[in-house]
Design a binder for this molecule. Sequence first.
Ligand SMILES: [Mg+2]
Length: 180
Amino acid sequence: MNKNRALLLDRDGVINRDKAYVWHIADFEFMPGLFPFLRNVRDGGFRVAIVTNQSGVARGFYTEQDFENLTAHMLSELRREGIEIELTLACFHHPEGVDAAYKRESFWRKPNPGMVMEAARRMDLNVDTSAFLGDSLRDLEAAQAGGIGKCLWMTSPDTTPPTGMTVVRNFDQALAGLFA
Ligand SMILES: [Mg+2]
C-alpha cells in the first residue's frame, strides 16, 4: 500500500510571483511567506513536489534548458532555506505552440492529470491523503482528476469553489486547510 503523502504545488503564482512566462532568474521572485509555509508543510509530514505548465517552451519564449537553469536556481535557494523539493515536473507542450517539437495536446498539461499521476507514481503517494495547492482552477481540476484528496485553491476569498475544493486566501489559510 502506498503510504507517502505529499503537497503538490503549482509554480507560477504559488512558488513565485506570476509575471507571465517567467524564465529569467532576475524575474524570479519568491512569494512572500512561502519559506515558513513550506517548512511547516514538511515538518507536518508532507513531501513536497512542483507540477507546472510551461507552455512558454512550445510558444518559443524560452527553452527547456532555460527552464532547467531556473529550476536549479529555485531549488538551491529553497535548499538554503532548509526546504527540499523532491520532484519538479513540467509540461512544455501546447496545441498552439510555434515549435513543432512541442505543438500538441498533452496528458501532462493541467487540467489533465498526467503530471499528478506521474508524481504519485514516482513518489509512491497515497493520493487520498495528499494535497494540491494552486492558484488556477485548472490546477485543482488536474488534482481532482488525479484523485488528490485535498484540493486547495489559492484565489480571492469571494470565489465559490467547485465541489471538493477549498478556497484559501493565503499561505496561513492553506496551512490550516492542509491540517484540517
Ligand atoms: Mg499558477
